[in-house]
Design a protein around this ligand. Structure first.
Ligand SMILES: Nc1ncnc2c1ncn2[C@@H]1O[C@H](COP(=O)(O)OP(=O)(O)OP(=O)(O)O)[C@@H](O)[C@H]1O
Ligand SMILES: [Mg+2]
Length: 113
């Protein structure tokens, strides 16, 4: 299994949720986060206002998926999150050793979906 962690522009969340839903994704976690990329200390447009700050509001999406759909999920997030402007975000992909569905005790891919 893979963990796909995407840090995106907040206004893209609804659209990304919709495309992931169409892919049949069975669960995800989102968090309101703040961060910066390589323009640290420089300006970035956020909701039409120019802020000169280190930390910009972002949304982090975490999804655990079976290996065989990880590429597709990452590609769809990449395509949907992209505006072509700075601050579009990043996608981190890593291996997940195990998953437990607490209610049933199920483990592994069977517990993901
Ligand atoms: N190396 C990193 N580690 C952890 N989080 C990161 C990293 N790089 C970026 N982020 C997170 O992703 C958000 C968006 O990053 P951003 O898209 O600005 O990256 P970038 O490398 O500066 O690319 P760009 O030049 O397109 O802006 C940051 O606000 C931060 O929350
Ligand atoms: Mg940046």
């Amino acid at each position: 299994m893979k963990k796909i962690e995407a840090v995106i522009k907040p206004f893209k969340l609804d659209e990304i949720k919709d495309v992931l839903n169409k892919l049949g994704i069975q669960g995800m976690t989102i968090t309101e986060v703040k961060g910066f990329g390589r323009q640290k200390g420089h300006t970035e447009l956020y909701r039409g206002t120019e802020y000169i700050v280190d930390f910009i509001p972002k949304i982090k999406i975490e999804i655990i998926v079976p290996d065989n759909i990880a590429d597709e999920v990452a590609n769809v997030i990449e395509k949907t999150a992209k505006t072509g402007k700075i601050g579009d975000g990043k996608i981190f992909i890593s291996n997940v050793d195990d998953v437990i569905r607490i209610r049933t005790g199920q483990r592994g891919e069977g517990a993901v979906s």
